[in-house]
Design a protein around this ligand. Sequence first.
Ligand code: KG4
Ligand code: ZN
Length: 388
Amino acid sequence: MIILGIETSCDETAISLVKASANKVEVLSNIVSSQIELHAAWGGVVPNLAAREHLKNIIPVFKRSLKEACITKKDIDLISVTKGPGLIPALLVGTNFAKTLSYLWEKPLLGIHHIEGHIYANFIGDKVLEKSTKLNPKSTFPLLALVVSGGHTQLIYMKDNLKYEIIGETQDDAVGEAFDKVARILGLGYPGGPAISAKAEIAADRHRKNADRRKNVLHESASSPYKSVLQLPRPMIKSKNLNFSFSGLKTAALYATKDYRKANNLSEEDSLPQNFIEELAYEFQEAATDVLVKKTIDAAKKKTPKTIIMAGGVSANKKLDEKMKRNIEESLPSDTVYKKPNTSYSLDNASMIASAAYYRWRSMSKKEQEFSLDNWKIFQTNASLKLE
Ligand code: KG4
Ligand code: ZN
């Protein structure tokens, strides 16, 4: 079947077409129009500006998506759209567009949870996931998902498709939000994740070169991990539960910056030296990823999943991926499968919405599928939609 996906929950206007069957979910087009430059000027996403841009972009993005996929109205079997969580003005543009299309084209409509989309982004291109049975012992389930985005930080345990048990979550800021806030403290602009990551990489290169130099001079091993001169906390890393907290880490980064300015007679307006920015970005990224990985391993030891996946924008972070891979290899059974989304599907996109919609559609009875022709009349956007 051919599924149209629509995503406008934050600052990307995204429309995709996928071809889905039990064999695989295949992407025919994945168009994303980003508003990053517009929001960068404000240091974060402004909901009403986002909605205005979505309104401007949605028809051209829609047309391009159809054209690239070589698909017309008659080919489409199902329309899917993010119905929450997200920014209400932004969500409304996508949901109203989807409802109108469903009404005019007389096609069924499904509203999808944004995080469900991020989870199913992992399985684009794969054979459809089935539950473990005697006939199917090689199932992907049970599965543990570390969800890391701008709005969410959660550990979710899944016994089967679409069955979610939240076993840990942040008590305050999401980790993506912390990346964005620390980037702002360091004057790195929006979005913060990629900027922090790039600066941390420069610091890591410097540490490697310094270690090599020491090794040459002293003829000794330089393999011990680098300990930053700037030390930030690893909040809740030793707590017995599987929850997170990133607000204190962000505040510690803020105070480290304030202390540095004071010690070096810099005013709030003076720019910070690159060396300091790189070192703080490095230490912040180390602290955040240490906690994410430790809690994921703790959760896996408790729940013994067959598969561990990452989902959401922060899953694009290379350091997090490296550490996760290494720790899974070192601490969990050797047949544990680890996956993260392909880079094109880790940040907000609409292929992930269409992919999740396929799993929803398959789980519905014929009657429920028929009723979804009328969904345009009833379904509501929900800024704080729960995953269930
Ligand atoms: O999933 P996403 O695109 O949107 C939400 O659902 O929130 O995630 C966006 C978040 C932002 O906070 C952004 O800074 C972060 O993902 N991000 C990263 C990286 N790329 C994006 N964080 C760390 N490292 C990255 N490479
Ligand atoms: Zn997202």
